[in-house]
Design a protein around this ligand. Structure first.
Ligand SMILES: Nc1ncnc2c1ncn2[C@@H]1O[C@H](COP(=O)(O)OP(=O)(O)OP(=O)(O)O)[C@@H](O)[C@H]1O
Ligand SMILES: [Mg+2]
Length: 255
């Protein structure tokens, strides 16, 4: 029997409108703790929008209306009392193209903890090191921490972005097509890294790659036109989907 504690995030009847566009339609979804959940579905079905609802990144957009409930642990993240900056520390996000800042490798990782009040140099040094070790980048950058982050390859920059998220000690890591700008080797590295991350964090990834979802996730959620059509253990979704629309999508009959 599944327990409530197995879930890190519980989404209850979430609806989102961008002005007249009803983008998310009655989303109900439980996201399991310390596992990798993949969101898949054709372009425009609402994957990124749903992901961004998990750390309130849609709030600031003009004309957006959000109804329903998202619980992180036991906290309703849309409650008036929620400190959005603290929420985003708990729920970090990595984007499609690596957004490394044109500052040093060190500062890219040190700036989030600094913003959250860590100023002791030794503490920052150890956060930077442990975050870079955790993403597997330490050995490659240890002797050039003060060089510009833009001197790294794209794949390394994406690892760096993940290190920056980790430096905030999040509970959940959201990744929106994190490999779409990367070559196959870097993609493999990020997929291996996600597996490591899931030991410590709850990971939610949006991907267009069926192979990636099948390889790298534990749970798969298939969306179409703002609705969840089907979700379940990745093995089941890919071998015996219940809905013909899921089957059509994963077998590449429509995109
Ligand atoms: N900032 C915005 N303002 C208005 N409408 C938006 C905005 N962002 C997304 N939308 C609309 O919301 C819908 C879902 O978009 P979303 O980006 O979530 O899709 P997606 O599944 O991530 O697609 P893709 O696979 O192409 O990234 C689309 O109809 C899109 O036009
Ligand atoms: Mg998207």
């Amino acid at each position: 029997m599944e327990q409530k504690n197995d879930y890190k995030i519980r989404i209850d009847n979430l609806n989102l409108h961008f002005t007249a566009n009803h983008v998310l339609r009655g989303i109900n979804l439980n996201i399991r703790k310390n596992l990798i959940t993949a969101l898949i579905g054709p372009s425009g079905c609402g994957k990124s929008t749903l992901l961004k609802c998990l750390n309130r990144m849609n709030d600031i957009l003009p004309g957006v209306r959000i109804e329903g409930q998202v619980l992180l642990g036991d906290q309703d993240i849309y409650a008036d009392t929620v400190d959005v900056a603290r929420l985003r520390k708990r729920v970090g996000m990595v984007f499609q193209r690596p957004v490394a800042f044109p500052i040093s490798i060190y500062e890219n990782v040190a700036s989030p903890p600094r913003v959250h009040g860590v100023s002791h140099r030794g503490t920052l040094d150890s956060i930077v090191k442990s975050s870079l070790v955790r993403v597997g980048l330490w050995d490659e950058v240890a002797d050039k921490l003060h060089k510009s982050a833009l001197s790294l390859s794209l794949g390394q920059q994406q690892q760096l972005c993940i290190a920056r998220v980790i430096a905030s000690e999040p509970e959940v890591i959201l990744l929106d097509e994190p490999c779409s700008a990367l070559d196959p080797m870097s993609t493999m590295k990020i997929e291996e890294l996600m597996r490591q991350l899931a030991k410590h964090y709850t990971v939610v990834i949006v991907t267009h790659s069926m192979q990636q979802a099948a390889r790298a996730s534990d749970y798969t959620v298939f969306m179409l036109s703002g609705e969840i059509i089907e979700s379940g253990p990745t093995g089941e979704i890919f071998t015996s989907p219940r809905d013909s629309r899921t089957e059509n999508y994963i077998t590449g009959r429509f995109r």
